[in-house]
Design a protein around this ligand. Structure first.
Ligand SMILES: *Cc1c(COP(=O)(O)O)cnc(C)c1O
Length: 366
C-alpha cells in the first residue's frame, strides 16, 4: 500500500529524529512518563503545567461561582486557572515541616464552607521546591469530605513519599516542563490521570474538543493545549537524564548543608523524616536574623554583588494584590517564610568553580 497522503503536512527538511510528524513523539513521551511513575497512571502531554491545572479543574467540573481550596504559598500558576474557570480561590496556609498545605487549616476551611451551605469543588495542593506535602493527611481529608484532589507536582517530578512518586497521589497530578524545572521541553506540561477515560477526555479538550467525524464537528468549547510533537521529542530524551538531575540537585542541597552547618541562625530546608524524598528542585534556606546577625536581604544583595542569583521564596497568593479579596485560613507560616527565606542557585549544571564562588560570597557576610 502507498503511504498516506495527508491534507496538509508540515514540510520537514531537517533529518532530526524529533522532527517526525504526527503525534508519535507525544505518545512515546507519555508512555515514558507513565513507566517512570508506575501505579498504572495515564498521562496526557500538554503545552504547559498551567493548562494541565486548568484541565484538571474542567474534569473536576469546577465552574462559575464554585469554591476551590488552594495552597497560598506557591507560584501564581497554581491559582490562576481557578479564576479562568470563574471559580473562587480560598487560600490555605502552609505548615512548618514541609512548607506545604496545612491539613488543619484545610479542614477548617472545608467545614466553614460547608456551614455556609457550599462544599468546595476541589483542593489544589503543591509539593513546593520538590518537597512532598503532608500527603496522607491531605488525602484523607479529601476522601472524608469527598472533594476532588489536584496535586500540583510541577516542581516535584522525581520526588517520592513513602517510596511512591509524587504526581500520583491526587485524583489528578500536574507536571511542568518549563525551562527552569528539573527537566524541560522548553515549555510543556502533563496531566496525570487515574484512568484512561479521564486521559482521553483531557486530550479531547486539549485538541479543541474536535469530535470523531470526517469534517470539523464540535459540541463543546475546547482548548489548544496539546503538547507539540517537536517538544515531546525533547521530553523523551530529557526523561533519560531525569534521575541523574535529581541526584545532582540532591547533591547541591548537601553542599548547602555543609556550608551552613556551623552557621547559627541559618537552616537549609530538608526532609522532615525518611518517608520524604525531595528532588530538591531548588535548595532554600531560612534565616533568623537575630541569631544569624544578618538579614535575608543582606545575603541576597551580597550574592547579587558577586553576580550570583538568589530569590526570596514565593510570595503567598493571599498577599498578592490580584487576590486581595480572597479568603485565607492560616497562622502566618507562609508569611514568615516569605520574609525570612531565600532560594539559592540549584541548577543541575552547577560546577565546582560556581560552588567556590558561592561559598566565598556567603563567607564575606559572616
Ligand atoms: C512552574 C509551575 C507551574 C506552572 O507550570 P508552567 O508549565 O510554567 O505553566 C505550576 N505550579 C507550580 C508550583 C510551578 O512551579
Amino acid at each position: 500500500m502507498n503511504t498516506k497522503i495527508y491534507l496538509s503536512e508540515p514540510r520537514l527538511e531537517y533529518p532530526l529524529k524529533i522532527l517526525s510528524s504526527g503525534d508519535k513523539n507525544v505518545l512515546e513521551f507519555e508512555t515514558s512518563i507513565e513507566k517512570y511513575l508506575g501505579n498504572n497512571k495515564h498521562v496526557a502531554a500538554l503545552n504547559s503545567g498551567t493548562s494541565a491545572i486548568q484541565l484538571a479543574l474542567v474534569l473536576a467540573e469546577v465552574a462559575y461561582g464554585d469554591e476551590v481550596l488552594c495552597q497560598s504559598f506557591t507560584f501564581s500558576a497554581t491559582a490562576n486557572p481557578i479564576v479562568y474557570q470563574g471559580a473562587k480561590p480560598i487560600f490555605i496556609d502552609s505548615e512548618k515541616d514541609t512548607w506545604n498545605m496545612c491539613p488543619f487549616y484545610l479542614e477548617k476551611a472545608i467545614l466553614e464552607s460547608i456551614s455556609r451551605g457550599k462544599k468546595p469543588k476541589a483542593i489544589i495542593f503543591v509539593h513546593l521546591y520538590g518537597m512532598p506535602a503532608r500527603i496522607d493527611e491531605i488525602s484523607s481529608i479529601a476522601k472524608k469530605y469527598q472533594i476532588i484532589l489536584i496535586e500540583d507536582a510541577a516542581e516535584a517530578l522525581g520526588s517520592e513519599y513513602k517510596g511512591i512518586k509524587c504526581g500520583t497521589f491526587g485524583d489528578f497530578g500536574v507536571f511542568s516542563f518549563n525551562n527552569n524545572k528539573i527537566i524541560t521541553t522548553f515549555g510543556g506540561g502533563a496531566l496525570v490521570c487515574e484512568n484512561e477515560t479521564d486521559k482521553d477526555r483531557a486530550v479531547f479538550l486539549a485538541t479543541q474538543a474536535r469530535e470523531a467525524a470526517p469534517h470539523y464537528q464540535h459540541s463543546e468549547i475546547g482548548y489548544n493545549y496539546r503538547m507539540s510533537n517537536l517538544l515531546a521529542g525533547i521530553g523523551s530524551e530529557q526523561m533519560e537524564v531525569l534521575d541523574e538531575n535529581v541526584e545532582l540537585r540532591r547533591g547541591i542541597n548537601q553542599f548547602y548543608q555543609e556550608i551552613f552547618k556551623e552557621i547559627e541562625g541559618v537552616s537549609v530546608f530538608r526532609e522532615p523524616t525518611k518517608e520524604y524524598h525531595s528532588n530538591h528542585w531548588l535548595s532554600c534556606i531560612t534565616i533568623n536574623e537575630v541569631t544569624a546577625g544578618f538579614t535575608r536581604e543582606a545575603l541576597r544583595l551580597q550574592l547579587e554583588k558577586d553576580n550570583i542569583e538568589s530569590r526570596p521564596l514565593w510570595k503567598p497568593m493571599h498577599l498578592q494584590p490580584v487576590f486581595n479579596d480572597c479568603e485565607y485560613y492560616g497562622d502566618k507560616v507562609c508569611e514568615n517564610l516569605f520574609i525570612n527565606g531565600l532560594c539559592l542557585p540549584s541548577g543541575s549544571n552547577l560546577t565546582e568553580a560556581d560552588r567556590s564562588r558561592i561559598t566565598n560570597s556567603i563567607k564575606k557576610l559572616l
